[in-house]
Design a protein around this ligand. Structure first.
Ligand SMILES: NC(=O)c1ccc[n+]([C@@H]2O[C@H](COP(=O)([O-])OP(=O)(O)OC[C@H]3O[C@@H](n4cnc5c(N)ncnc54)[C@H](O)[C@@H]3O)[C@@H](O)[C@H]2O)c1
Length: 452
């Protein structure tokens, strides 16, 4: 099939690359000229395991190309994916300007039947707006060309995006009744990903649009719920890690997504929970669960700094604090709404210097914060802690799981470790003589004030 994908971000680039890898001819379009120029020269703008190899192979074999020419991308394709950003607007609702700009471009260039597939995460009713925008532009051109719009939300996870795309748990497609071309075309697009069994679930566009928000809201709720339990555990002297095992073993609950930590971040959960809350409130429904999920998360992002502050009796001025992990989660360089950003801001406000180490996100950090005297980049994890007053862990990168505790204690000026991901055994920490402050673990309580 001939497919065009608008947007070469995490979703668009992965979609384009994976669709070309199964034999479709794919054109990826972006308005960002520098990004497209880079991609034409084999420069992948994001860190995503396995992506570079797939992009380069399919480029070389002529099935994947990059362009800024929207007209060519529309006229040459049978199926057009919209995978542009839908950031939060000022009121928390999703900003649809990029999605509707693509809809206009499609209407302006359309020369024959097209299936327009909305892959961006968009509020319920957006497919109708995309359809209307294309119809209006066609009408202004005095053109009557048949087309369809369907919703095909993306569920991939950054850091495992390729695996999620090629082996999806489900492929949701929303379309309108009576539009008979949608299902066979979408089955042709995704057939190669359903060889083992049919993963496609067809429903109305509104149901498909809500499915994406419901999935992210459920996952965010699990995280905030566990963080709330961790905060209670800390106060009652329980260990949340034992509680996690105790509840996860119940098959009705399960072990997935019940890790306590320093709050969820990234490009999706925060903005999607906000957008769904906003949709509900526009319709007169207050959505108390979603509101609470966000409030718990905002507060949780401040927990690391509070623990650190407690350990140093409220005075961090002039201290050097090592930070392991900047990305909002492992295997990505994405720092959008990352807990590390809340910590860094708080450290700087308190007059401390951050010595940061992340296996891949340093360049992104530099792009966000620029050069500043109170932000120092270390080349490896031990270089970050050498001579620092304390270590804070924000991201659970694999390379942080096993550390030489004696070497860590010797490198730190004061033996304070604030662990936002509960990576270590509190007993081993105690034996080494490290003051260990984790999330929702009894040990945090055993050392009130820290004594550093
Ligand atoms: N990142 C994820 O993990 C993820 C997962 C599932 C769904 N989503 C959703 O997918 C959508 C895209 O997310 P992302 O993370 O890939 O975004 P992104 O910000 O990484 O990329 C968006 C790209 O769209 C381009 N763009 C903007 N306007 C354009 C236009 N008119 N024509 C062509 N390109 C244009 C931008 O230049 C940018 O390169 C969002 O709605 C997001 O919520 C994201």
């Amino acid at each position: 099939m001939r497919i065009s994908v608008f947007g070469t971000g995490y979703v668009g680039l992965v979609t384009g690359a994976c669709l070309s890898d199964v034999g479709h001819h794919v054109t990826c379009v972006d308005v960002d000229t520098a990004k497209v120029d880079g991609l034409k020269n084999g420069i992948i703008p994001i860190y995503e395991p396995g992506l570079e190899e797939i992009v380069l192979r399919n480029q070389r074999e002529g099935r994947l190309q990059f362009t800024v020419d929207a007209v060519d991308a529309v006229t040459s394709a049978d199926v057009i994916f919209i995978a542009v950003g839908t950031p939060s607007g000022e009121d928390g609702s999703a900003d649809l300007r990029y999605v509707l700009a693509v809809a206009s471009s499609v209407g302006e260039a359309m020369n024959s039947y097209k299936l327009v597939v909305d892959k961006s995460t968009v509020p319920v009713g957006t497919a109708d707006k995309v359809r209307q925008t294309i119809s209006d532009v066609l009408a202004s051109r005095n053109e009557k060309i048949d087309f369809d719009v369907c919703s095909n939300p993306e569920f991939l996870k950054e850091g495992a995006a390729i695996e999620d795309f090629v082996r999806p748990a489900r492929i949701v497609v929303g379309s309108e009744p009576g539009r008979d071309r949608v299902e066979p075309l979408m089955r042709e697009v995704y057939g190669p990903f359903c060889r083992n069994h049919d993963k496609m679930i067809f429903m109305s566009t509104r149901s498909a649009e809500l499915t994406k928000y419901a999935a992210n809201a459920m996952l965010a709720t699990k995280i905030s719920f566990m963080n709330e339990m961790a905060n209670i555990a800390e106060r009652v002297g329980a260990d949340i890690e034992h509680v996690r095992l105790g509840i996860g073993s119940d098959p009705r609950i399960g072990y997935h997504f019940i890790y306590p930590g320093c709050g969820y971040g990234g490009s999706c959960f925060p903005k999607d929970v906000r957008a769904l809350t906003s949709t509900a409130s526009e319709l007169g429904y207050r959505a108390p669960i979603l509101t609470a999920v966000q409030a718990v998360n905002e507060a949780q992002k401040e927990v690391l700094f509070r623990k650190l502050e407690n350990a140093f009796d409220g005075d961090l001025a002039g201290r050097k604090i090592a930070v392991w992990g900047l990305a909002f989660k492992p295997n990505t360089d994405d720092m959008r709404e990352a807990p590390s950003r809340v910590l860094l801001d708080a450290l700087w406000n308190a007059g401390a210097t951050a010595i940061v180490y992340d296996p891949v996100a340093s360049a992104e950090c530099q792009r966000i914060f620029g050069d500043r005297d109170d932000l120092i980049y270390a080349n490896d994890r031990m270089a970050a802690v050498e001579g620092a007053d304390a270590l804070v862990i924000c991201t659970e990168w694999k390379e942080f799981r096993v550390v030489d505790l004696d070497a860590l204690k010797n490198a730190l000026k004061t033996p304070v470790l604030v662990d936002g991901r509960n990576l270590y055994d509190p007993e081993a920490m105690r034996q080494t003589g490290l003051l260990y402050f984790a999330i929702g673990r009894g040990d945090s309580l055993a050392n009130p004030g820290g004594g550093a």
